[in-house]
Design a protein around this ligand. Structure first.
Ligand SMILES: NC(=O)c1ccc[n+]([C@@H]2O[C@H](COP(=O)([O-])OP(=O)(O)OC[C@H]3O[C@@H](n4cnc5c(N)ncnc54)[C@H](O)[C@@H]3O)[C@@H](O)[C@H]2O)c1
Ligand SMILES: NCCCC=O
Length: 192
């Protein structure tokens, strides 16, 4: 499959940027062993910037606190991502073929899985607020006990090469649904 990969950058703090040390990793198409592009080689210097940005995003988001937004508010983003994955399914599947060497049919099926995953967690986010402070029964009458689910903060997501976007979805979607912010470190072998 002849696809030239446009040069990639790191997406940090809402913008695309070059890695601090300006190092790049070649993208090799496993079917042809040709170099078809490159990806940025992030280092600890980039991670520091990303962690700082994710901490700020956790507690501030254009005047709204991401962690304390309602589940339905967060669900809108997850539904939108799901829809856009389906709109660009063909293009994304072809990129994953070049990146991983898997057959096109399987890559297309993975993209359906990515869209379904974002939809699934969108629906969980929509239902989350109604489940907050659910009473927990304990054998002591003098205490009232309830279950409160709170986002833990910034989460680090490390994903493998064999299902690049699907495994990213499995980790990003629940983190965002819960109200966390996240740093995704995809595999250096398949990161397009
Ligand atoms: N591979 C799968 O099919 C699959 C399926 C479901 C879930 N997962 C989950 O995805 C994650 C990664 O999967 P894997 O272990 O199979 O993939 P893997 O062996 O390809 O490892 C993924 C990446 O981890 C990175 N890595 C290793 N040590 C690291 C470190 N100390 N700091 C930063 N990066 C480091 C490597 O760069 C590698 O690219 C795991 O949490 C796994 O449970 C994987
Ligand atoms: N069908 C996707 C499975 C991915 C890893 O377990």
């Amino acid at each position: 499959m002849a696809i030239q990969i446009t040069s990639r950058q790191l997406f940090i703090d809402g913008e695309w940027r070059e890695p601090v040390l300006k190092k790049w990793i070649p993208v090799i198409n496993p079917a042809t062993e040709e170099i078809v592009g490159d990806i940025p080689a992030a280092t600890a210097e980039d991670v520091e910037i990303a962690v700082d940005a994710a901490r700020r995003a956790f507690s501030w988001n254009e005047g709204k606190y991401w962690a304390s937004t309602s589940g339905p508010f967060r669900a809108k983003f997850l539904h939108a991502i799901s829809s856009m994955i389906l709109e660009r399914k063909s293009e994304l599947a072809k990129l994953e073929v070049v990146d991983t060497g898997k057959p096109l049919d399987e890559a297309a099926s993975d993209m359906d899985g990515v869209a379904s995953c974002f939809k699934y967690y969108a629906e969980l986010a929509e239902a989350l607020d109604a489940k907050q402070k659910a009473p927990v029964s304990i054998p002591v009458q003098s205490f009232k006990t309830y279950d409160l689910k709170e986002p833990i903060g910034v989460v680090a997501l490390i994903t493998p090469w064999n299902y690049p976007l699907l495994m990213a979805a499995w980790k990003i979607a629940p983190a965002l649904a819960a109200g966390c912010t996240a740093i995704l470190k995809p595999s250096e072998l398949a990161s397009v």
